[in-house]
Design a binder for this molecule. Structure first.
Ligand SMILES: *Cc1c(COP(=O)(O)O)cnc(C)c1O
Length: 368
């Protein structure tokens, strides 16, 4: 039995009839761009979160770019985020011309509010927490720091659709929140896609314009030169159907995590902190061990896929050398990058597959 680390095909197979129906719906509507399907998805995604406004965009990276632009962030400004993340988090800050200020994470992989407070300068405009692997950052502490210094919060929810912090859904705790519908994400689309969520009607209007060349929608009046970052109606219509299944899929991810937690409890692996039942969305199930490289090689040799998220902290990447962070400057991030690895995690993972993952890991870890 080989078990891939990602596999969205069985999920899409379960949904094949719904996907075909979505294609028919868009075909019948006669409107492929900025049409009724996009509008309906935006309404439904906002309602799911109990949030005021959603703007569909072309991917999660541009969702971040547009959120920062809507806040007027640009050259001379600083945005505080983490190096322990997917690289697009930091790329988006760079793309608007602002300076990414990278701070360390806590042992639980999430941004360290104490480090954020220490990194604030008179140039800081935004704190950009990443709800990494599907677990929310400490939004209570971050909100306190942001309010104290007059900063805005943009939540990077690319990995955390459906996660909660103190009962509140990820994406409802900042000034703006960005999502990715890349196919492996918790709510994946049929290709690339993304969204920005906000309770602020003015910011939503700004983002609607920025995703459409900077026009006023439907009027050929340019407000400010921008790009094209629209979400297609076909993607939106498929996402509408997938959104109805989201809670079911989250429950299945959480059940996989519970089985892993039980099966791997006494192995010496550091397992994810689960928090309350509905806090973690389990985009990834990331464990830690100092002997990571040996374990990963041996587990893969047994046909069990594992990933590493992420092997190179962003501040050590050649492309970000200009930021001037020396190796050793973010010690927790750098240690975690040597110890983390991700087990197969998706809603359609069968119990046999889960038990095989557990069996292989138990054997490989204890052989060390
Ligand atoms: C996937 C991801 C993004 C980017 O989303 P895309 O849709 O791939 O552009 C941004 N931030 C994080 C944390 C991600 O995991």
């Amino acid at each position: 039995m080989t078990i891939p680390v990602w596999d969205y095909r069985p999920e899409l197979e379960e949904e094949r009839a719904e996907i075909h129906d979505a294609v028919d719906t868009v075909l019948d509507s006669g409107r492929l761009v900025l049409g009724a399907s996009l509008q309906a998805f935006e309404r439904e995604f906002a309602d799911y979160h109990g949030a005021g406004h959603c703007v569909g965009v072309d991917n999660g990276t541009n969702a971040l770019v547009l959120a920062l632009r809507a806040l007027g962030v640009g050259p001379g400004d600083e945005v505080i985020t983490v190096a322990h993340t997917a690289v697009p988090t930091v790329i988006a800050i760079d793309a608007v011309g602002a300076r990414p200020v990278l701070v360390d994470v806590r042992e639980d992989h999430l941004i360290d509010p104490g480090q954020v407070a220490a990194a604030v300068t008179e140039r800081t405009r935004v704190v950009l927490p990443v709800h990494l692997y599907g677990r929310c950052a400490d939004m209570t502490a971050l909100r306190r720091i942001a309010d104290e210094h007059g900063l805005r919060i943009v939540e990077d929810c690319a990995q955390a659709t459906g996660a909660r912090h103190d009962g509140h859904l990820a994406g409802t705790l900042g000034d703006l929140a960005t999502f990715s519908f890349y196919p492996t994400k918790v709510l994946g689309g049929f290709g690339d896609g993304g969204a920005v969520l906000t309770g602020d009607a003015g910011l939503a209007e700004e983002i609607r314009s920025l995703r459409f060349y900077g026009m006023k929608e439907r009027y050929y009046t340019l407000r400010t030169p921008a790009y094209n970052s629209r979400l297609d109606d076909l993607h939106a219509e498929i996402l509408r159907r997938r959104l109805r299944r989201l809670d079911g899929y989250l429950a299945r991810r959480r059940a996989v995590a519970a089985r892993y937690a039980e099966g791997l409890a006494d192995t010496g692996l550091v397992l994810p902190d689960r928090g309350a039942d509905d806090e973690h969305a389990y985009h990834l199930y990331v464990v830690r061990h100092p002997d990571r490289d040996r374990i990963v090689e041996a587990v893969r040799a047994e046909g069990v896929g594992v990933g590493i998220h992420y092997p190179w902290p962003v501040h050590t990447m050649t492309g970000f050398a200009h930021l001037g962070y020396a190796a050793g400057s973010l010690p927790v991030t750098e240690r975690l990058s040597r110890e983390v690895f991700s087990l197969p995690m998706y809603p359609t993972l069968t119990t046999d597959q889960q038990d095989r993952v557990i069996e292989v890991l138990r054997k490989v870890v204890s052989a060390g």
